[in-house]
Design a binder for this molecule. Structure first.
Ligand code: SF4
Length: 351
């Protein structure tokens, strides 16, 4: 199904545009200093769309300041229950509003939000979560499976469509990966609206990243998902980093250097983990679309990492920086790890 184009600030979702990474601040939006610091950190990590919870008028005031402070990053207001907060957020200049039409209170209030969004030319995101489906839908479908998520999303869609509003992004999330994947597949087969994908309540960064990578990864690989959020407990910067890692692993998009390092084994002769961590630290900010390999032995390392753009390996006495079959540099393993990576960096900058 051809996906509609939806504009969020300067970005376009759908119609062949790349999947965009978004995250959500977890500071109090009314606390302008804390939230703007978090937005800066999220932008630094590569967030392309940032959502903020707007739960009172103080949050709207803070959002309004944020708008002038960050004119170029698409900002999304997340609204529950109070339609006036949506209207005020639209006036404050947000680029998208996330609502749940079911908890806004009345059709008239939803109509007012649709009219204000249409007037400003901004989209609405609607969506359902497996943990909070309408009770009647859960009863009809005997639970919160993929068909129930689809039916709940279609009910919300109908509310907006009755208002003549079709500038829509939809999300259908569950903490179950198979249900999330299936619901999004079913939706994509029937509707042209861009999908915001993710696994809800994924958890702490370790297990949560794995769940998100599997669920989001399956969908992206099938060409489903125009924007993604990796939901993790804790600092949202981790969500953005994980989002990029998922896109990069699927070779859909990349941000900066892609690191490859061997798992190490009985042949390992150099401190691979220390080198990999130092490389991430020193080279992580370089905006170069290359792959860098850190391999634990000269016997297999260069061969296994031949596809990398540059790599480092070594024996007990000597580090070797290589590019394909060519040795670019050799030096003693007496050199401390930070200086080893500094030397690698010099070669990278000459590429
Ligand atoms: S590159 Fe060498 S050290 Fe690393 S896993 Fe392979 S054989 Fe082991």
């Amino acid at each position: 199904m051809k996906v509609n184009e939806v504009k969020i600030g300067g970005l376009i979702l759908g119609s062949g545009h790349p999947a965009r990474i978004q995250s959500m601040t977890n500071t109090l939006t009314a606390d302008h200093a804390a939230t703007s610091d978090q937005i800066k950190a999220l932008i630094g990590a590569g967030a392309e769309i940032i959502r903020l919870a707007v739960s009172d008028m103080e949050s709207v005031a803070s959002l309004s300041k944020m708008r002038s402070q960050f004119p170029n990053i698409p900002l999304v207001a997340d609204i529950h229950f109070d339609h006036r907060l949506a209207l005020e957020s639209i006036k404050a200049g947000v680029d998208k509003v996330r609502i749940n039409p079911g908890n806004i209170g009345s059709d008239k209030k939803v109509s007012e939000i649709c009219a204000a969004a249409k007037d400003k030319g901004i989209p609405l995101r609607i969506g359902v979560n497996g943990g909070s489906l309408p009770k009647d839908i859960e009863a009809i479908f005997a639970g919160a499976g993929a068909d129930a998520l689809l039916a709940a999303a279609e009910r919300e869609l109908l509310v907006l469509e009755k208002n003549g509003f079709d500038d829509i992004v939809v999300s259908m999330k569950s903490s179950s990966i198979p249900i999330s994947v299936e619901a999004n597949r079913l939706f994509r087969a029937k509707h042209p609206f861009p999908l915001h994908i993710g696994i809800t309540e994924a958890g702490l960064p370790g297990a949560g990243t794995v769940s998100s990578a599997v669920g989001i990864g399956i969908l992206l690989y099938e060409g489903i998902g125009e924007t993604l959020r990796v939901s993790l407990t804790g600092d949202p910067v981790n969500e953005v980093i994980a989002g990029w890692q998922i896109l990069s692993a699927l070779e859909l998009r990349s941000k900066g250097i892609r690191f490859i390092s061997c798992p190490t084994c009985g042949r390992t002769e150099i401190p691979v983990e220390k080198l990999a961590l130092e490389a991430q630290k020193q080279l992580g900010e370089l905006n170069m679309k290359i792959s860098v390999a850190i391999m634990g032995c000269v016997v297999n390392g260069p061969g296994e990492a031949r596809h990398a753009d540059i790599g480092i390996t070594g024996s007990s006495t000597e580090y070797v920086i290589f590019k394909g079959d060519n040795v670019l540099d050799k030096f003693s393993t007496d050199l401390p790890v930070p200086e080893v990576i500094d030397r690698l960096k010099k070669h990278i900058l000459e590429m």
